[in-house]
Design a protein around this ligand. Structure first.
Ligand code: HEC
Length: 127
């Protein structure tokens, strides 16, 4: 009986310490790594960074789309009138063209939800 209780306590401890659920927050460290491999060719992330092929992404989370001064966004992005909250970023990073029809971000998208969650968690740290 005692060992049975011990097992219950251990399982409870593990599920509190390492929650396994679909809404788990992404990992910003893994997100930075993914960003460096997949986004950095076109985007800078540091405050005051220049635009490259795409705009600088410092502070982009929860910001209105199309706000980086001096960057020439597509008409599609401006007309879409979006705010980059979690859900919008998630949809954009899954399939950019589904969110902005005539957008100019040429990126295939992440099929794995974890990749998107991690990158979004990293974007949130840029403030
Ligand atoms: C091949 C270049 C390229 C790659 C790779 C790329 N982007 Fe972009 N991104 C762009 C361009 C160009 C735009 C401007 C889109 C427009 O005007 O329609 C953009 C726009 C954005 C915006 C909107 C910014 C704003 O100010 O509204 C976000 C957010 C974004 N990209 C995130 C990412 C992330 C995260 C990655 C990596 C997973 C990524 N991008 C990879 C080129 C790229």
């Amino acid at each position: 009986m005692k060992s049975f209780l011990k097992i219950i306590a251990t399982v409870a401890f593990i599920s509190v310490t390492f929650p396994i659920n679909a809404n788990a927050e992404g990992d910003p460290v893994s997100g930075e790594d993914i960003f460096n491999k997949k986004c950095k060719i076109c985007h800078t992330a540091e405050q005051g960074g220049d635009a490259k092929i795409g705009p600088n992404l410092f502070g982009v989370h929860n910001k209105k789309a199309g706000q980086f001064a001096g960057y020439k966004y597509s008409k599609g992005l401006i007309e879409a009138d979006l705010t980059w909250d979690d859900a919008t970023l998630d949809a954009y990073l899954l399939k950019p063209r589904d969110v902005i029809k005539r957008g100019k971000m040429v990126f295939a998208g992440f099929r794995k939800p974890q990749d998107r969650e991690d990158v979004i968690a990293y974007l949130k740290t840029l403030k």
